[in-house]
Design a protein around this ligand. Structure first.
Ligand code: SF4
Ligand code: SF4
Ligand code: FES
Length: 284
């Protein structure tokens, strides 16, 4: 069992927190040191709340509060993901006592590397969600009236699908993936908002879709109603930035906080796209 609190006599009076800050999209990042009084059983979100309440850095200089994102506070929404002491993870479930056991000197907080920074520790994960629309990661509905109970799902299928359904779109797997490179575009002076949005989406659609989207495609292709779009999902995975872009480095599966068997999904997608390609060849 993991001891969550360090030995009493080793408890520090103060915690040094080094934050990589950035005042806006595309601006130069810089480091800022904060000091907060030690309290037992803090998580990284509560550390950030104390930093915001102090509104000063470690030199006592007044600074703007550090910006971060969060929602559920129980590792379900994925929005609080950041790099903590070099490891991409959720800040709501990152316990300070445990982090201080591993590195008593300081906590180091950085935004995720593969997404454009909005401000400080808050990033724009639009590309992650766009990838889910690329693979149609949903069960289609053609009406909202009562259509009776759906098809029964076999226990084996349920057991295969449940782990994949736990994905919270946090982005850890994408941040760790060597094939997923950052795409950050800036609006041109002569571009309208709509034109910029269209250019951004077109750029996202050329790049690697990511392991989370491959896994969600496998989840919905294995669902009795969802599988009606199976061919379209496989076509998306066979296109630019699809399954062929995966280098099989397996970093993704190592960092997924929900322990989703991403490499198993990638292997399943590889087989399914091969079958789809052969089927298409015979249909010619
Ligand atoms: S297995 Fe594929 S998706 Fe996972 S980290 Fe490696 S390249 Fe990225
Ligand atoms: S697959 Fe895991 S790491 Fe990737 S987005 Fe989903 S929950 Fe996060
Ligand atoms: S706040 Fe939702 S996962 Fe951390």
């Amino acid at each position: 069992m993991i001891a969550l609190e360090p030995n009493l006599k080793n408890r520090p009076e103060w915690i040094n927190v080094r934050v990589r800050r950035q005042d806006g999209p595309g601006l130069e990042p810089y480091w800022e040191l904060h000091k907060i009084q030690y309290e037992p059983e803090l998580n990284v979100i509560s550390v950030l709340q104390r930093i915001a309440a102090q509104a000063t850095n470690s030199d006592g200089r007044k600074v703007a509060p550090v910006v971060w994102d969060c929602g559920c506070l129980e590792e379900v929404c994925g929005s609080c993901t950041m790099v903590i002491n070099g490891q991409v993870r959720q800040s709501c479930s990152a316990l300070v006592d445990k982090l201080l056991q591993d590195n008593p000197d300081e906590l180091v907080l950085e935004p995720m590397n593969k997404f454009p920074v909005v401000r400080d520790l808050m990033v724009d994960r639009q590309r992650l969600f766009r990838a889910l629309t690329r693979v149609k990661a949903w069960v289609p509905v053609d009406s909202y009236y009562d259509m009776g109970s759906g098809e029964r799902i076999l226990r084996d299928t349920q057991e295969q699908n449940y782990p994949l359904s736990q994905c919270m779109s946090c982005g850890c797997c994408l941040d760790a993936c060597p094939q997923y490179t950052k795409v950050e575009l800036t609006k041109k002076s002569d571009e309208t908002d709509e034109e910029f949005e269209a250019r951004k989406l077109a750029e996202f659609d050329k790049d690697f879709v990511g392991p989370h989207a491959i896994s969600q495609a496998m989840l919905f292709n294995n669902h009795p109603t969802g599988k009606s779009l199976a061919g379209e999902r496989l076509e998306a995975l066979m296109g630019p930035g699809g399954i062929a872009a995966c280098g099989n480095a397996q970093n993704c599966v190592a960092v997924c906080p929900k322990e989703i068997p991403l490499t198993t999904s990638i292997a399943r997608a590889g087989r399914a796209t091969t079958v789809q390609a052969i089927k298409k060849w015979f249909e010619k």
